[in-house]
Write a protein that binds this ligand. Structure first.
Ligand code: SF4
Length: 258
């Protein structure tokens, strides 16, 4: 298992498969992971393996200071990032000050690079919170996870905490009125005696129906590209991803495969 944690509040920039040159923000503890999901493919590892001993979210004043410092440094070097991305060791929206952070980060970013975009990579489980919903709407790229439209599959692949309700999540996704991008990781594997595969025909039909209902601005499809905490996971080949992508495009939704 070669999963890893981010140890800084501001990291990168890194060239992202999906976002371009991305400066990352980690709103989670620097010594562990906090997430409302516990995905079998999570590059940070399983929640129990990566429990933070400090359990402390970074102070947002430190985030603003570190961000200013990093942006000034990049500008001095002539490096122009495309996007500032909320990501890191878990689910960024669980930071108690996430909602107030988004507009401030945008303001700081645009002071140095007027064209810079703000992206949030979220699993979408906190969309029902009004302040989180409003903050996500402010992001230029509000990228929300939907690995399956069948709840039992989400329970296997994403392993949400108690109280997860797929129907409610899809309802809130729809309320973004198209101002969201759906990200889906396709994979198959086995945990204990339970097999999972979100690429079966039944899965794809249900997922396409959910996309028709949500009407996102775009869909991002990908498969495993890094080490995973569960070593039985299989990568889905590009041909299959393109086949799935073509079916999304038929719905009139632009699709990116990486
Ligand atoms: S939602 Fe993201 S951070 Fe959370 S467990 Fe899944 S992959 Fe990891």
């Amino acid at each position: 298992m070669g999963t890893f944690l981010f140890h800084d509040i501001v990291f990168g920039p890194v060239t992202s498969r999906r976002l371009g040159l991305s400066l990352g923000l980690n709103l989670l503890p620097d010594d562990g992971k906090i997430c409302t999901y516990d995905c079998v493919y999570c590059e940070c590892g399983f929640n129990t393996q990566r429990k933070s001993t400090k359990g402390r979210f970074p102070d947002i004043e430190d985030l603003y200071t570190d961000l200013e410092y990093k942006l000034a440094d990049l500008k001095a070097q002539g490096i122009v990032p495309d996007v500032i991305t909320f990501a890191g060791n878990g689910e960024p929206t669980v930071h108690p000050k996430f909602a107030e952070c988004v507009p401030e980060v945008k303001k700081i970013g645009q002071k140095y690079f007027p064209a810079i975009k703000i992206a949030v990579l979220s699993n979408g489980t906190t969309c029902h919170k009004p302040n989180v919903f409003e903050a996500l709407k402010m992001a230029d790229m509000n990228i929300l996870k939907l690995d399956s439209a069948i709840e039992t599959t989400i329970l296997q692949i994403n392993q949400p905490g108690p109280g997860f309700n797929l129907e409610m999540m899809l309802y809130y996704y729809k309320q973004f009125a198209g101002k969201l991008i759906i990200q889906t990781l396709f994979c198959k594997g086995k945990q204990g005696n339970v097999s999972f595969d979100n690429t079966t025909e039944g899965e794809i039909i249900a997922w396409l129906e959910a996309l028709s209902y949500i009407q996102p601005a775009a869909v991002m499809i990908y498969s495993i590209s890094r080490d995973t905490p569960l070593d039985t996971i299989e990568q889905i080949d590009k041909e299959k991803l393109f086949e799935i992508g073509a079916r999304v495009e038929k719905l009139g939704i632009p699709t990116e495969i990486s």
